[in-house]
Design a protein around this ligand. Structure first.
Ligand code: NAD
Length: 361
């Protein structure tokens, strides 16, 4: 198979971690008989330095011409970098918002996995962490409260602010379909999270999700109120497979789920549109404090590349091979500095990439 991948190395540790992800992709392609055509584009600070803007039309066109985009991370030190003296629409983050919009990425996927070998990083009680967990949070990304009409007025000397939470059935249906499709590739359970006891938008959410569920008899659907879900994530995270939810609830719950894994350098993410196209990136930022030192953890980006193979190219076996390589290397006791623990061997970013590539068969 021919895979057209646009890469955005970005800023800070971005180029280092993307280089390791390419190493793994190349080895996977070699073992499974695929051909990868890469195009690299600039975004964020790297683009500001060259073009004066964080994202160019040419970069957007190159992203659209690919089957998928793999990104490192963008941005610099927000207190010292000259990029943050620019107006907000010219700062690095504007590039990210711009590309998400241009590619119509409405579904955000964030896996939260607790690896047995890293269980000591989990802040939960041992009897909970020892069961492990492996969930996928699917968050609607382009609707809801963050995109509704808002205003602040003063009435009779009292300041009043209003935000509106709007969803139409099409916005709910397209993300629900993605959620059920992904559950089919996993353990076959969707937990749809809403606030249907209070909000009309949540009642519509629940109705549409139930309609979509009829087309997926092999997937079990349950509904959960968002306040209960926030509690269940720390009480019994192993119960979740796919959590499907709207924008603001997903924003909060996905950060909570990330924190209970305890390892920021291990967390992948994907943003998808209504085709197979997606943008894949680690959940962490550009870590300017450790850039250029070859000590960053490349695993979140490598697991993002595995998600790309699974969701944009339907190459499940190849994605499994990468995920298994990560488990094997952790089991053998190799760690980058951020996940280092007693009795393990500390390795650099590039060495971790080599070790993982050697495991792909
Ligand atoms: P950060 O995630 O970059 O770093 C937080 C801490 O985690 C730092 O101590 C860093 O060294 C460490 N860390 C992060 N990733 C690591 C890895 N792979 N291996 C080892 N350690 C790692 O968050 P921040 O410091 O708040 O932000 C830095 C920059 O990144 C900012 O400009 C911010 O806007 C940007 N950012 C970009 C994205 C993105 O591109 N999607 C996301 C978040 C933050």
């Amino acid at each position: 198979m021919e895979l057209k991948i646009t890469c955005i190395p970005g800023d800070g540790i971005g180029p280092e971690i993307v280089a390791e992800a390419k190493k793994i992709l190349n080895k996977t392609a070699e073992c499974y008989g695929h051909q990868i055509i890469y195009t690299d584009i600039l975004m964020g600070g790297a683009s500001i330095d060259v073009h004066g803007v964080p994202l160019t039309e040419e970069a957007i066109a190159a992203a659209k011409a690919a089957d998928a985009v793999l990104m490192g991370s963008i941005g610099g030190d927000t207190t010292t970098s000259p990029w943050y003296k620019l107006p907000p629409n010219l700062r690095p983050e504007a590039g990210l918002l711009g590309i998400r919009k241009a590619l119509n990425l409405f579904a955000n996927l964030r896996p939260a996995i607790l690896y047995k070998e890293l269980a000591q990083a989990c802040p939960l009680k041992e009897e909970i962490s020892e069961q492990g967990f492996d969930m996928m949070i699917m968050r609607e990304l382009t609707g809801g409260l963050y995109f509704g009409e808002r205003k602040t007025v003063e009435e009779n000397g009292i300041r009043k602010a209003t935000d509106t939470l709007v969803y139409d059935e099409n916005e709910i249906r397209r993300i629900a379909i993605k959620g059920f499709d992904i559950a089919k590739k996993r353990r076959g359970k969707v937990t749809s999270v809403d606030k249907a006891n209070v909000l009309d938008s949540s009642r519509l959410w629940r109705t549409v999700v139930e309609e979509v569920a009829k087309d997926y008899p092999e997937v079990t659907l349950e509904h959960m109120l968002v306040d209960n879900c926030a509690m269940q994530l720390v009480k019994d995270p192993a119960q979740f497979d796919v959590i499907l939810t709207e924008n603001m609830f997903g924003d909060i719950l996905s950060d909570e789920a990330s924190m209970v894994t305890g390892s920021i350098g291990m967390l992948a993410s994907a943003s998808l549109n209504d085709t197979k196209f997606g943008l894949y990136e680690p959940s962490h930022g550009s870590a300017p404090d450790i850039a250029g030192k070859d000590i960053a953890n490349p695993i979140a980006t490598i697991l993002s590349a595995a998600m790309m193979l699974r969701y944009s190219f339907d190459l499940d076996q190849e994605a499994d091979a990468i995920e298994q390589a990560v488990k094997d290397v952790l089991k053998e006791g190799f760690r980058t500095a951020d996940i280092m623990s007693k009795g393990c061997e500390q390795v650099s970013c590039s060495r971790m990439g080599e070790l993982l590539a050697e495991k792909i068969k």
